[in-house]
Design a protein around this ligand. Structure first.
Ligand code: PRT
Ligand code: ZN
Length: 210
């Protein structure tokens, strides 16, 4: 392997922190503007700027050797990748939530109800484990407005401050998973010298922050 490739989010909640982490590792590169690939001038590395949803598969398929992405996205895409390092940013939890005036009082109250989410795979596994049979409605965004529109009885979405739930008249009702940004790699490739060198730089940046 001559040049490593690392995939990070092009724009969105993880972009800035991912760029900052790599810069703090002493890597010199141009931040994403129009090009989707930035070469690093002082390390054999290229940075690929991608939609976060595509990152796990790019790493699984070996198009990128490494990636920075939320655990929620990895679990939802069901890829086989190695978790190399938790990165301490992008923290959130995937929660169930119901309208403030809902008459659902416990998890079993979700039986036969409609739950809107952008995370059908994770939610389906969770409900199966809990022995709940609900109607999962997969939508691609604005999940929080669906109960108010009469499209669902509950939602399952990412929450960080809780402000979005609150402003939509919803209350948290149970944690499905917690998540943060992680460094992932292709299974079996973790021991490569360049990858180990980069992991060590990342770990010392993280230690310096503690
Ligand atoms: O364009 P691209 O596909 O790359 O980005 P995206 O729009 O799919 O993702 P983006 O940038 O919104 O989020 C990237 C990652 O950040 C997620 O996959 C999570 O791992 C992480 N993350 C951390 C969050 C949040 N916190 C978060 N609060 N992702 C989304 N949210 C949303 C949530 O969906 C809800 O709409 O923020 C709203 C709730 O926030 P609070 O603070 O009101 O609770
Ligand atoms: Zn996305």
């Amino acid at each position: 392997m001559k040049t490593l490739k690392i995939a990070i989010q092009k724009s969105g909640r993880l972009n800035e922190k991912s760029v900052e982490l790599l810069k703090n590792c002493g890597l010199n590169f141009e931040n994403y503007k129009s090009s989707l690939i930035s070469p690093v001038s002082n390390f054999p590395l290229e940075i690929l700027f991608l939609r976060d949803d595509d990152i796990p598969e790019y790493v699984q398929d070996g198009i990128a050797h490494l990636g920075i992405v939320g655990e929620n996205v990895i679990q939802e895409t069901e890829v086989e990748v190695a978790y190399l390092q938790k990165l301490g940013f992008g923290k959130c939890s995937l929660k169930l939530a119901i309208p403030n005036n809902s008459d659902i009082t416990d998890l079993s109250g979700l039986n036969g109800k409609a739950i809107a989410t952008t995370y059908p795979v994770i939610l389906n596994k969770y409900l199966q484990n809990q022995g709940i049979q609900a109607d999962i409605r997969t939508i691609s965004g604005s999940v929080e407005i669906s109960p108010g529109l009469g499209l669902s009885d509950a939602i399952c979405d990412l929450v960080s401050t809780g402000g979005t739930l609150k402003s939509n008249g919803l209350k948290p009702f149970g944690d499905v998973m917690s998540s943060e940004a992680v460094l992932i790699g292709r299974k079996g490739e973790e021991d490569t010298d360049l990858i180990q060198e980069l992991i060590q730089r990342i770990q010392s940046v993280l230690r310096a922050k503690e």
